[in-house]
Ligand binder design. Structure first.
Ligand code: FE2
Ligand code: FE2
Length: 289
């Protein structure tokens, strides 16, 4: 019996459907969906007109929703593929609670995408390889839970930063966007704790050789993931009504502010996976050089 998993399962016992829990009537059309302090560096903030920032914030928010749909879909796929055979009862219970919540999150994200009023949901560039790798991994492996830990901590840290930066009165966001972020964060904190437990128990069974190989690929995968999820595509900005989208995408990719946000979102995953010996210290040193 794993006491930590037992606790996680107890906290996940009750469930509320996010579509019913969110007060959709509270939407305020003139407010952005993410704070300026998160999306733009100080120089950039003062030059972007409010209506353009609202369009940008909706495009960036729906990208986060699209990333959520992708990750949650893959998690559901991998967990259910196993038929839950070979899992301890408590592991199976926690994973099923998670699937129940991830399905609710995905429905909530689709609702937000609909409400953004764009024709379609944003396409995430650069996901093919990550999807192919994730679909080969089994839930019995540490590699799978290391990838889940990355996916959940990167997106959750982004959401937490958004909530924190939207506190000052001049950077508040639409109340519905805020409720969605809060609801997701509450449940995601438990998923992250579970992924940590699943990872820790599986790392023990890894051979030194397997750990060595994985440590050389995981940091590269993390960077692919950041590329796919942290920056908007020109197509999604155009669809959201952002002017001069091609130019803006290039500026955002080069913006040190945005690069710092991406690095800060990766920090919890880098720190845990380095401690577990799953990210090579040599690669980290090379990045810092
Ligand atoms: Fe989720
Ligand atoms: Fe999750």
């Amino acid at each position: 019996m794993n006491a930590a998993l037992d606790r996680i399962a107890k906290h996940g016992r009750s469930y509320e459907d996010p579509i019913a829990a969110i007060d959709w009537q509270a939407a305020e059309a003139e407010r952005p969906w993410l704070p300026k302090g998160l999306l733009l560096g100080p120089d950039f903030q003062s030059v972007m007109p409010d209506d353009q920032f609202i369009a940008l914030s909706r495009a960036e928010y729906t990208r986060l929703c699209a990333a959520g749909l992708w990750l949650e879909g893959l998690l559901i796929n991998r967990v259910t593929e196993s038929g839950l055979l070979g899992l301890e009862t408590e592991e199976a219970r926690v994973m099923l609670q998670e699937i129940r919540e991830e399905t609710g999150h995905s429905l909530m994200f689709l609702e937000m995408i609909d409400r953004a009023g764009h024709d379609d949901r944003p396409r995430l560039a650069g996901t093919h390889l990550l999807t192919a790798i994730a679909k080969r991994l089994r839930i019995e492996t540490a590699e799978f839970w290391a990838m889940v830990f990355i996916g959940e901590t990167v997106t959750d840290t982004f959401a937490m930063k958004a909530l924190k930066l939207s506190k000052p009165a001049d950077d508040t966001i639409c109340p519905v966007a805020e409720q969605v972020l809060n609801l997701h964060h509450r449940e995601e904190a438990r998923h992250i704790a579970a992924a940590r437990q699943f990872l820790a128990s599986r790392v023990l069974g890894m051979s030194r050789h397997r750990r060595w190989i994985f440590a050389r690929t995981l940091y590269w995968l993390l960077n692919l993931f950041l590329e796919a999820t942290m920056y908007p595509s020109s197509d999604s900005l155009q669809r959201a009504g952002v002017l001069d989208a091609d130019n803006l995408v290039l500026r955002l990719r080069r913006d040190p502010w945005r690069q710092e946000v991406a690095a800060a979102c990766a920090a919890p995953a880098v720190s845990l996976l380095t401690r577990e010996g799953l990210i090579s210290m040599t690669q980290l040193a090379r990045r810092g050089a």
